[in-house]
Each structure stands twice: as structure tokens, then as C-alpha cells.
Design a protein around this ligand. Structure first.
Ligand SMILES: [Cu+2]
Length: 252
């Protein structure tokens, strides 16, 4: 029994390491990155996964050792009240967290600080609600909440190879705007107006999902990000303008 338990623990650890090593080939990883800063996010993600993976392997091997020894001794050894041990398992994780916080400072500053945001007008406003995404473009006057605003559901078009700035709002609960191919994820909290930016390097259609459990329909809260060459993006806005104009006439 002791051998079998130890074997199972070691096998489980090996299976975890194996799944991490082959994840990419099997498509168990993020989709291919198309964001200008995606590699840096991936680097952070991998670093954290490596650290967590190393901790997992160490814990599993220690567990196997304890089972092996404990079962031989026939009784457990109590470690309660061991100050050195407690200091160690407090200081080590704290050290890892401080290191990670320090290591990602540049990315955080560049992506989250208002001062480092590219100086371009907001491309669109993302409106999250249970359970869909709406997108509002400011129209020709470049301002939101005016008569020429253009609104679409499900599909958000943005220009390729240019900084895109989005303003996020929620109409009800907390949602999270997530575009995996762009490595962009931002919580959308009611009453707040977070602004994000990115630069998509490749035209194409990419998945938008909600990454915050927001109710029973959370699973179907999807959308599509259409990255278009500049000329096609402009054409798309003109097309939306026409649709809106003809809707207005139909209503008259
Ligand atoms: Cu949601």
C-alpha cells in the first residue's frame, strides 16, 4: 500500500509536468498571439507557471517522502508550533510574490497607467450587460453620447497595426472583457470606466469572451473582434453610418 501510494503521488506529479511540456503541441495553451505586447504577457504567464509548477513538484515529492517514511515509522510526527517551519513557509511565498510584483512593474506601468497610454482618441466604448457585448463608436464628431454615435452588437471592428483605445462600461454586474489572442483582459465594474489599449498586428477575427462569472448566461457571453486594415475599417464605419441612416428613415 505504501509503495502504491508513493507511486501514485510521483506519477501524478510527472503527469502535471508532462501536460505542461506538451500543452502547446496539443493546443491546451493560449491561441497564437497577435498583440504587439503579447510576448511580454506570455513571458510573465510562463514565469508564474514555472514557479507554480516547481512548487507543485516539490510539494508532491515531499508528500511522497512523508508517506514513505511515515508509513515505515508507523506513526505521524507532529510539526505543530515549529516556528522555523512557519517562518519559512511565510517568508518564501512572500518573497516569490514580491519578486513577481517587481518583475511585472514595466508591463503594468505601460498598460495600466493613464500617462503611458497612446495619445489617440478612444476607438470605441465597450458596453457589457447580461449577457452580451455592445460596441459604440463615437461617429464623425469623435464624441460619445451624441446623435451620430454608431452602435453594434456582437462584433467590434478595430484597425490593424495601430494603437486601439477602448473604454469599458457595465450596465449591470461585474463582467470581464477578455480577448485571448491579444492577451487583453480587464474587469468591467459597474460605476467605473476602465480604459484599455492594445495594438493588433494581424487582421482577422478573434474571440471576445466574458471572463467573470456574471450570471446564468455567462457561458454564452461571447463576441468577435474583427481586426481590419485601416481602409476596410473606415469602410466598415461608413457602412454602419448608412445602416443607421436607413434605419432612421424606415422609422420615420
Ligand atoms: Cu459577463
Amino acid at each position: 500500500m505504501r509503495r502504491l501510494t508513493v507511486l501514485l503521488i510521483v506519477l501524478l506529479a510527472a503527469a502535471c509536468v508532462w501536460s505542461f511540456v506538451v500543452a502547446r503541441e496539443h493546443g491546451w495553451w493560449f491561441p497564437r498571439n497577435v498583440s504587439a505586447f503579447g510576448e511580454r504577457i506570455d513571458h510573465l504567464f510562463e514565469l508564474i507557471t514555472w514557479i507554480a509548477g516547481a512548487v507543485l513538484v516539490i510539494v508532491f515529492l515531499l508528500l511522497a517522502l512523508v508517506v514513505w517514511r511515515g508509513a515505515r515509522a508507523g506513526r505521524a510526527e507532529r510539526a505543530h508550533g515549529d516556528t522555523r517551519l512557519e517562518v519559512a513557509w511565510t517568508v518564501l511565498p512572500a518573497g516569490v510574490l514580491v519578486f513577481l510584483a517587481y518583475d511585472q512593474l514595466d508591463e503594468w506601468r505601460e498598460l495600466k497607467y493613464a500617462g503611458s497610454r497612446p495619445n489617440v482618441p478612444v476607438t470605441a466604448r465597450v458596453v457589457a450587460s447580461q449577457f452580451d457585448w455592445h460596441f459604440v463608436y463615437p461617429g464623425r464628431d469623435g464624441r460619445f453620447d451624441t446623435l451620430d454615435d454608431l452602435e453594434t452588437a456582437y462584433e467590434l471592428s478595430v484597425p490593424e497595426d495601430e494603437p486601439v483605445v477602448l473604454e469599458l462600461v457595465s450596465r449591470d454586474v461585474i463582467h470581464s472583457f477578455f480577448v485571448p489572442a491579444l492577451r487583453v483582459k480587464q474587469d468591467v465594474v459597474p460605476g467605473m470606466r476602465p480604459v484599455i489599449w492594445f495594438e493588433a498586428r494581424e487582421s482577422g477575427a478573434y474571440e471576445i469572451v466574458c471572463a467573470e462569472l456574471c450570471g446564468w448566461g455567462h457561458y454564452k457571453m461571447a463576441g468577435e473582434l474583427a481586426v481590419l486594415p485601416r481602409a476596410r475599417f473606415d469602410a466598415r464605419l461608413v457602412e454602419l453610418e448608412r445602416e443607421f441612416a436607413s434605419n432612421g428613415e424606415a422609422a420615420r
